[in-house]
Design a protein around this ligand. Sequence first.
Ligand SMILES: [Zn+2]
Ligand SMILES: [Zn+2]
Length: 360
Amino acid sequence: MSKDYYDILGVPKGATADDVKKAFRRLAHEHHPDKGGDQQKFKDINEAYQVLGDAEKRATYDRFGSAAFEQGGMGTGGFGGFGGFQQGGFNINMDDMGDLGDILGGMFGFGGGRGARHSRGQDIHVDVTLEFQEAVFGATKTVKLYKHDACTECGGSGAAKGSGAVPCKDCGGNGSVTKTQRTMFGNVQIQQTCSECHGRGKVPETLCATCKGLGIERRHKEISIAIPAGISEGETIRVAGEGEHPGRGANPGDLFLRIHVRPHRTFTREGSDIHSVVQAPYSMVALGGSIAVATVDGDVDLKIPAGAQSGTVFTLRGKGVPFLRSRGRGDHFVTIQTRVDTKMSREQRELLEKLRNAGL
Ligand SMILES: [Zn+2]
Ligand SMILES: [Zn+2]
């Protein structure tokens, strides 16, 4: 029976190769059996893409229809080079697949996606604790790591000084290896980046003696990181390329710093604003006056108008935390509380008694 591959992928006959690929990826995600999709539909989508995703096969299909690709179908014998299709199998290039490679790999029990991603090292996650002021104004922090890093002797190339390069034996210089896997859909040929040369097709002629050609060594490394002003608890800073180095020809992972901020004795932070409570003598709250208020910039004189009530909040504009992603700063809000001293001089006591007797 003839199948309409264009119909299966939902693209017009004149669709570009890119559109075909996009449609395939979308549909394969949508109909993946692991996500409750229909297995037959998933298989059809794959089959359609194996043909429409390949310019040569697509041209053949446009002339002869899907029969040219089906088992025992007419014309099969006439088309050399479609061996895989005659057996009802298909090819998958894991490197082309991106995250879909993971899905297919997991499905076929092949781990193809993981293989393709072998060329990037693990990320490292580190917790960094800052003092309150450091988070407000920024700081430089040093992180001590013990990790795989590029070999200091060969700079990560794995080659001895003056050594040339020779074709990789594992992949014959192709940079990729093809493996055949039996699956419920028949034989699947899976193409993966060569783990020996990481896709470069070449390896050093003479290996570096220090790292034995691996291009990496495990060592202590101190990394200084500028933490920007205004950072908050729970935010993450990414330092590209400072993760684990997997070896010659591959790329290191990233380093992630998870930020924690120690609480302050008098300030509390709410986004870019700072809050604090200041105790003012009863007489100042009643009569007005000036009081020194601590801010992250140092003490500031706060004028209290006569008759201010306990609990009144004053705003110190621009005395808060610098904005992380733009210019400017938040505000500092000061809540005034009336302070009643219990230790007082004889004179103070007499004055207070007069106030009490006057009904204040
Ligand atoms: Zn080395
Ligand atoms: Zn290789």
